[in-house]
Write a protein of this length. Structure first.
Length: 224
């Protein structure tokens, strides 16, 4: 594919990723609401359609992560092939990590809706529910942040997008890459864990539109 085509596909993938990630999160949170694991399991059974739709949306999000890995690598590899490959690997890992949790969610739905002789022991069902719902989603998000930081840096080095936009991506992504491990270590919590996502959200929205409309500028001597 040409550079312009890769840029446009990346822009569309950014927008689609955002469009499916938010409703997936809302549906999942609604389906797993409850004060106890028993209540959460009962809620999952009542919102089976929401769970299935959230899984489909999450699969689409994973595909977007893979599309971004390929297209951003194609755009930035001439700046530094090794760094671009590392960014590619991080974005692929992001998509794979998210996809790996989906069979667990579908298994939990099957557990929640089982009846009669197939109904599980209540204590065992609650233990499985706790295991599935407490999966550390921050792992995949950390790989996202590292990959985004690398690609933003390469876009900045190559002056492929406006400098201010590339810097916003570098700083915003790096902030998350540092913040998420601190959250895993229980050092960072509360409102700051939500605020650190704002810069990268703005970056991705603006970058998506820029890539679709303007594309990614090529270094001297490189064809579009």
């Amino acid at each position: 594919m040409t550079r312009t085509t890769n840029a446009r596909i990346a822009g569309v993938a950014y927008l689609l990723y955002i469009a499916v990630a938010y409703p997936s999160m809302v549906l999942s949170n609604r389906a797993t609401a409850g004060a106890s694991m028993a209540a959460k399991l009962a809620s999952i059974a009542q919102h089976a359609a929401d769970v299935r739709l959230a899984v489909v949306l999450s699969m689409l999000g994973g595909m977007c992560a893979l599309a971004l890995a390929v297209t951003l690598y194609a755009i930035t590899r001439d700046q530094d092939r090794d760094l671009a490959m590392l960014g590619f690997a991080c974005r692929v890992t992001e998509g794979a990590t998210g996809a790996a949790s989906l069979p667990l969610m579908l298994g939990l739905l099957s557990l929640a809706t089982a009846t009669g002789a197939n109904a599980p022991n209540a204590a065992a069902a609650e233990a499985v529910t706790a295991f599935v719902l407490n999966q550390p989603w921050l792992i995949g998000a950390t790989f996202f942040a590292v990959g985004s930081t690398i690609f933003s840096w390469l876009l900045l080095r190559g002056r492929m997008v406006p400098v201010w936009l590339a810097w916003l991506g570098v700083i915003g992504s790096a902030l998350i890459a540092v913040g998420l491990p601190l959250e895993l270590l229980d050092v960072l919590g509360g409102l700051p864990t939500q605020l650190i996502w704002i810069p990268v959200a703005v970056f991705e929205l603006v970058l998506a539109v820029w890539l679709i409309v303007k594309g990614a500028a090529a270094p001297p001597g490189e064809t579009q």
